[in-house]
Design a binder for this molecule. Structure first.
Ligand code: URA
Length: 434
């Protein structure tokens, strides 16, 4: 078999065999294929795409390039929820304790934030003493004890994805839908779970800017699930405004705790409730997503999800008292009110810009090496559809360092589009693909 022939077949639109895909990827993994050949294969794939069969083979070969994590001792229904990244996305903070209190478990890898999007690791690391699981044994143990296990992403899981992603990045092939689908799914398939629920964010603040492209990605990931006998469900959720009100790590933990106390914004509620309901449906507890709402409302009223959250924090080395005393979390020294420069209806919030406004003051990372300040961030007081008056406070910036706060304020003002009408209604859940 020759790599050049495989590239030529892909270039000319022929379907590659399983053996060809395995040969190409395994040889590359062993550094026997030069990067220029893989780069050219990626570009051919960008234009020709992959059939579902090719995609399953490609994804499984990627998955098999590293460690596979299994949990033989956990006998609970295992849910792996993954988000493609958004602004104010604290879904995992709220979701995992609710799932645990309903008898399910989460045991998954979590990421750090980069650019305008945040990461779950950073949010929990705002809790002093909090430690993530470092090994699969630790992950399994804490998930068994608390129903929640989160491990930092590991270089040992799908190492091939790292190599290929780096090449995609410099060859303008990142946006290829089959390459995105296989990149995400290979990492999900490397971990044992009973259902994979993917929260694909769509809109201004998201990686997927339009619903059509996001839907296409969702369908391809569901197809990978079908081809590998795994349950995959995809929620397409709206990122045309930040999710909930708080952006920034400690601030998002506080909003997450409040949500577990029943004080939850309507958009965050809809996303969390939909994902919990999909998990209940996958487990066989309910038949229709609409049946989930009462179950979730009832469990939140018992206070159990909050107890599961506190127990998870305690077992992870943090102080569970944070649920009653937010001053135990890092707190910014200063607050700047951002006031509207006109009256009208908030017709749009440029979400990516808001994410960047949080990043410039140090709540997020500009590069992988940036140091973040967990205390700081932005509170969004006015959301799409709200009426505002001139000089009314629309957002608050929580900051420690004076030097960038005015830049951040200007960015927030620039993000708010205030007019006489709402250009589009922001529906939190745009579609579900199963
Ligand atoms: N997230 C991933 O893990 N991979 C991609 O290619 C895109 C988003």
């Amino acid at each position: 078999m020759r790599v050049v022939d495989i590239i030529q077949s892909k270039r000319d639109g022929f379907e590659l065999s399983t053996q060809e895909i395995e040969f190409l990827l395994n040889e590359y993994m062993q550094e026997k294929v030069p990067e220029y050949q893989i780069a050219s294969f990626l570009m051919a794939t960008y234009f020709q795409g992959m059939t579902d069969r090719e995609l399953v083979d490609f994804t499984m070969t990627m998955r098999n390039s590293g460690d596979i994590i299994e949990f033989p001792k956990i006998n609970k229904f295992l849910v792996d929820k993954h988000s493609t990244g958004g602004v104010g996305d604290k879904v995992t903070v709220v979701l995992a304790p609710i799932l645990a209190s309903l008898g399910m478990a989460t045991a998954k890898l979590s990421g750090k934030g980069l650019g305008h999007t945040g990461g779950t690791i950073d949010k929990f690391e705002s809790i002093e003493g909090f430690n993530f699981s470092n090994t699969k044994e630790e992950l399994s143990e804490i998930a068994m004890k608390t129903g929640i296990g989160l491990m930092g992403s590991s270089d040992k899981i799908v190492p091939l994805d790292k190599k290929i992603y780096a090449l995609r990045d410099v060859t303008a092939t990142v946006p290829s839908i089959p390459l995105i689908a296989s990149s995400i799914m290979s990492k999900k398939l490397a971990i044992q779970n009973d259902v994979i629920i993917l929260d694909v964010k769509v809109g201004d603040g998201a990686f997927m800017k339009t619903l059509d492209i996001a839907r296409e990605l969702a369908k391809r990931m569901v197809a990978i699930g079908k081809g590998t006998n795994r349950q995959v469900k995809v929620v397409l959720s709206n990122m045309d405004e930040p999710l909930g009100h708080n952006i920034g790590n400690a601030l998002e933990i506080i909003e997450g705790i409040e949500a577990l106390k029943g004080n939850i914004s309507s958009d965050l509620k809809e996303v969390v409730y939909t994902i919990v309901s999909l998990a209940l449906k996958a487990k066989g507890d309910i038949k229709e997503i609409s049946e989930g709402k009462k179950i979730i409302d009832d469990i939140i009223k018992t206070g159990k999800p909050l107890e599961y959250f506190a127990n998870f924090i305690k077992e992870s080395g943090g102080n569970p008292e944070i649920i009653n005393d937010y001053s135990l979390l890092p707190t910014a020294k200063n607050v700047l009110e951002v006031k509207s420069i006109s009256s009208g209806l908030v017709s749009k919030i440029k979400t990516e810009e808001i994410g960047k406004a949080a990043m410039v003051i140090g709540a997020g990372r500009e590069t992988k090496e940036s140091i973040i300040d967990h205390a700081i961030g932005i509170k969004i007081l006015k959301k799409v559809g709200d009426r505002v008056e001139k000089d009314e406070v629309i957002a608050k910036i929580y900051y420690n360092d004076d030097s960038k706060v005015n830049v951040s304020k200007e960015m927030i003002l620039e993000s708010y589009v205030i007019g006489n009408e709402i250009s589009s209604v922001v529906t939190p859940i745009l579609d579900i693909v199963e």
